[in-house]
Ligand binder design. Sequence first.
Ligand SMILES: [Zn+2]
Length: 329
Amino acid sequence: MNQRYFAVLVLALALAASAGASETLNIVATTSDIADLARAVAGGDHAAVSSICIGTEDPHYLTAKPGFIARARAADVWIAVGLELESAWELPVLNGSRNRKIPPGTAGYLDLSTSVELLEVPHGPISRSMGDVHPGGNPHYWLDPLNGRRMAEAIAERLARLRPEQAGDFYANLAKFRKELDRRMFGAEALKGAKAETLWKRHARGEEIANPGGWAAQLAPLRGKGIVTYHKSWTYFAHRFGMQVAGEMEPKPGVPPTARHLAALGETMKAQGVGLILQEPFYSRKAADRLAAATGARVVVVANSVGGQPEATDYLALMDRIVKQLTEK
Ligand SMILES: [Zn+2]
């Protein structure tokens, strides 16, 4: 190789390396669920993805730490649940990072709550006496798999806007993820006979689906059944699968259970024949056990986020796990 060619080669390699470095999108998600969806959409080549809150933590009660600020400083994109789920720590972290790419309102900031249909949006004035009520609506929307689908779509759109040259890959990854989510929701047989969009609509209306499988078929026996949860964190999940939330062990959001509240809840459960008590692993299960002893209901302790249990390795595995624990005898 002569010297001139060698110089050109070195220059080309240097350019390729610098282009590669700037191409890698540093995505920081507030929660592990969002991080997993972002990973599915971004693929391994184009992005580095991490989350601030890990699945065993309660995102309501994290506090801003220097390590979070350092991660925000290096981020190209910041993706949040929104609706004040992260209000205890998100703004201090974003402000502390002084990263001008990711403040709310910029293309580098994505609030996924704007891409889903919200439940429990309060009407009228809100006061502290109501507990930790989220004024914009209930933020626990990721536990409805249709919302998981919508969140992935919103992530793909935003990443495509930030990196138009990779848009084709993002949308291809999204299509793959959506296909697998639909298959786990309805089963392969049902999807042979109807489009996924049609199945989601039919399922939402409680209409029959031909050759049903997946989560929809597994949870069908629980449709119309009552459940009691610790926090208002299963509202969207229950809504998607037609379960009725008869009450929460927290007397008000963010307020720990009291003996008086549990006694009243136990009466409601008996009157309505509620047989299932559902809660996340990071809450004490004392109240649940007490209610179970009083009512004969079964306690299910299951992760509500990716990484919250060893089996919940990704978003789809998290849903698999929830469905499995709810349906096992
Ligand atoms: Zn909450």
